[in-house]
Design a protein around this ligand. Sequence first.
Ligand code: HSE
Length: 439
Amino acid sequence: MKAIQVGLIGLGTVGAGTFHVLQRNQAEIRGRAGRGIEIAMVSARNAERAKAYQAIVGDGVPCVGDAQQLVNNPDIDIVVELIGGIEPARSLVLQAIANGKHVVTANKALLALHGTEIFEAAREKGVVVAFEAAVAGGIPIIKALREGLTANRIEWIAGIINGTTNFILSEMRGKGLDFATVLKEAQRLGYAESDPTFDIEGVDAAHKLTLMSAIAFGVPVQFDRAHVEGISSLQATDIKYAEQLGYRIKLLGITRRRQEGIELRVHPTLIPSSRLIANVEGAMNAVVVQADAVGTTLYYGKGAGAEPTASAVVADLVDVTRLHTADPDHRVPHLAFQPDAMSDTPILEMADVHTAFYLRLVVADQPGVLSRITTILAEHDISIDAVLQRESGEGERQTDLIILTHDTVEGRMNEALAKMQGLPTVLAPIVRIRKEELA
Ligand code: HSE
């Protein structure tokens, strides 16, 4: 059978990795896919990069500057979009779909924001949009959620799905350094981008979480409903206190099904040091899935990089190649559930989310201070799990008071925090970090 023809948009790190993996493993890939997978055309805006690749791939594979030429090429069966960002990626993907081509993409931002439009367009044209590489790089978590766990009712997912922030947090904990120092080091080592905003402010993780949540719970992708909080204001002091209490702080993406709706949130989170996921260090990614039949499963691996991400891109190429001639009605739906079985369960407001808390208060070291604070918590029906008092290093007249609570509703905690902050004996803004036992 004639090899399937692929058009590759973007020759950056992942584009190059895809090229190399396809070349190196072509015999095995052909054996698995049932036919060859050939790159028939590439597009790159960077002329130098284009020239370098042209030299490798030879004249048989044209490299064009204008990706429109690629998506309109009638010989191409699958378009691989690896340029990232919203435009021109969105227009190119929609054009490829309109031309009846399947799409493989690593673009989490595009799908988290425009997934509904893109999946609908693909469904109408009977083509596949595959996106394993968009979430957690080389970890086959989309496949696991959509197919491997299909027998289950998924209850929650918690993931370390941004390597940059996990590297920063690991360094802060390991070396006792502050955020700004470690960020600079991460940039020097190439772990963090020169503009690291999307990573450190939790946006990249929220894109990925939005996609996992949609697949797990059969709801439309709704990035605008996600709570997004990064690590830029996290202090080394809190990492140290968390450790003394038996916890580590990770930037987690959490999505959980509750009776009233779905939680969809990214924020720094205390998790018990004894959990496997708490020991995921450096730039590695990991996702824990809790499901009713299988129980807890954990997926671990590289969430970025040329060949780990290419591993996911090529896996999608093989999948799409196998499905190319299958009846569109018998393919795995983009979001796991058939379009008429999608749910309209709402995404919950943060005020309605249930979680436990770590609180750090800088308080005057006087009689009655602790009791006033615990009274406020009791009045809001918030139960205390542990209390730690430590010299704050600012002299004898003030002290750090660290409180761990049991689960409560976030709205109730907000009210209690406002009351505590109003006490004259609370001397600085209260630090609040959510805590999950992940039991
Ligand atoms: N910048 C991401 C990370 C990888 O640090 O994990 C691509 O999403």
